[in-house]
Design a protein around this ligand. Structure first.
Ligand SMILES: Nc1ncnc2c1ncn2[C@@H]1O[C@H](COP(=O)(O)OP(=O)(O)OP(=O)(O)O)[C@@H](O)[C@H]1O
Ligand SMILES: [Mg+2]
Length: 267
């Protein structure tokens, strides 16, 4: 695709010029993104773990009720009951400490965000990976895109998570056809963002599960994946009053998002 090649060349030219004159900026951008992702990732993982820990406690409560009845009727297993009650006590105390240690979320005031600029920045930080994996980016940004009122670092993180998944999916598949198509455009009162990769896609039966925290199903990847990416993406979508669908009819994985635009937004 001609556009794809142009965009790829454009990215590598930009990277070269940044390496020569502005490499420091790219370095800072990478560091800032790593920090932002770590912050959001650590928070979401802890919050999700606390919620999930409730399930074994509910099971333990049910088991304790059964055991209590048995002890009352048959006067057996008192010791086991005492131990399990102590286990529950200790576990609940630890869970409460974790809950208390969750930092209060201080969301900054939303600002005017230029989505194209963010896509461009994230692609720049990924250039080496894209070139190394032979993935072509096909992106024809709408020249003048209305600004989005939102949280820049969250949106940058969303783009990074989705593009990371796209790269992993294509690499895991190992086909010759390696492309990521990106669309960013205004559609009435919405800003439409599409990320469509040529990988194997997400099977129909998994399209809900993939948004659950800690759900990771990549077959053998060199890097560890915690399964938090799409869960964080979903948080950001909700925060912005946006919506996201995984296109059921597309080849590969096509994720389409719509962000609401408000009157008077202008870049
Ligand atoms: N573009 C995609 N193509 C195919 N499968 C995908 C794609 N994106 C996500 N998935 C599937 O959804 C799962 C969950 O994705 P998610 O980003 O939440 O976690 P992860 O990539 O496994 O881990 P992490 O993002 O924390 O590195 C993935 O493990 C993979 O099975
Ligand atoms: Mg991921």
């Amino acid at each position: 695709m001609i556009m794809a090649t142009h965009e790829r060349q454009r990215i590598s030219m930009l990277t070269e010029s940044m390496q020569q004159g502005d490499g420091e900026r790219l370095h800072q951008l990478r560091a800032r993104m790593a920090e932002e992702q770590l912050d959001q990732g650590a928070y979401e993982a802890l919050a999700a773990a606390i919620t999930q820990m409730q399930t074994p406690f509910n099971m333990l409560n049910a088991a304790l009720e059964m055991l209590q009845r048995r002890v009352a009727q048959q006067h057996r297993d008192e010791q086991l009951l005492t131990i399990l009650m102590a286990v529950r006590e200790q576990g609940l105390t630890t869970l409460e400490s974790l809950r208390q240690s969750l930092p209060q979320r201080q969301l900054a005031t939303p600002v005017s965000v230029n989505l194209n600029k963010l896509i461009h920045e994230v692609l720049l930080t990924l250039t080496e990976r894209l070139l190394a994996t032979g993935i072509v980016i096909d992106w024809q940004p709408q020249k003048v895109l209305p600004a989005l009122i939102g949280w820049e670092s969250r949106l940058r993180c969303l783009l990074m998570q989705l593009l990371d998944n796209a790269i992993v999916a294509i690499t895991v598949q190992g086909d010759d056809m390696r492309s990521i198509h990106i669309e960013s455009m205004q559609q009435d009162d919405w800003l439409k963002l599409v990320i469509h990769d040529s990988g194997p896609g997400i099977p129909a039966g998994e399209r809900l599960m993939v948004f659950e925290p800690f759900h990771s199903r990549w077959p053998q990847t060199p890097r560890h994946h915690s399964g938090m990416g799409l869960s964080m993406v979903q948080e950001t979508i909700n925060l912005h009053g946006a919506n996201l669908i995984i296109d059921p009819d597309a080849d590969g994985c096509r994720i389409e998002m719509h962000f609401p635009l408000f009157n008077g937004n202008a870049v």
